[in-house]
Structure formats: structure tokens, C-alpha cells
Design a protein. Structure first.
Length: 100
């Protein structure tokens, strides 16, 4: 699997877990163009279910896609139905919520 996807690189950690966590490249192709990485140490991207549904990603109505990035490097990604805890845990991070 190629570690480059659009203008983003994927860490070995992300590549190793991507298949187990059911985060297909097709989903990333739909989400990555909407991400604006900041100059912060870490970006936490929360992709809301309404955006995923609009893009044709079939998940339940309460599950968000969470991506952790550092500049143009995707560190990890996972599905989460209660992302509020991230705001307390990742205090020094820049948050981006994609909800169109």
C-alpha cells in the first residue's frame, strides 16, 4: 500500500491500522480535500456523520471519523461515537470539524 494519498503521507501506524479500522482509501479521498492542516503541533479532524452520509459513506448516524494529523502527515484515524472527550484530552491541538 502506498503511503502517499493526495498531498498527505500516512504513518506506518496509520497504514497498519487502516484496514482493521475500516478506513478505506475511498473514504480518505472524499475527506482529505476538506482538511486544512494548521501550523500547530497536532490537528484533530472530526468528520461528522452528516458529511460522511452526504459523501456516500455508509456508517450509522452517530459515528464520526477522527483523523489525527501533523502538518501533511496522517498519524492515526479511528471511528468514534462520542468525540467530546477529545476536547479535554487534546488541549494543545487545533480542532477542525467537517460537517457540511
Amino acid at each position: 500500500m502506498n503511503s502517499q494519498l493526495l498531498e498527505y503521507r500516512r504513518t506506518n501506524h496509520f497504514l497498519f491500522n487502516q484496514w482493521n479500522r475500516n478506513i478505506d482509501d475511498s473514504i480518505l479521498h472524499k475527506v482529505l480535500p476538506y482538511i486544512n492542516c494548521s501550523k500547530c503541533e497536532k490537528d484533530v479532524i472530526i468528520v461528522m456523520p452528516s458529511f460522511l452520509k452526504k459523501k456516500g459513506v455508509e456508517k450509522d448516524d452517530e459515528t464520526c471519523l477522527i483523523l489525527i494529523a501533523k502538518k501533511n502527515l496522517i498519524v492515526t484515524g479511528f471511528w468514534c461515537d462520542h468525540p467530546n472527550y477529545l476536547f479535554k484530552k487534546e488541549k494543545s491541538s487545533d480542532f477542525q470539524i467537517i460537517y457540511k
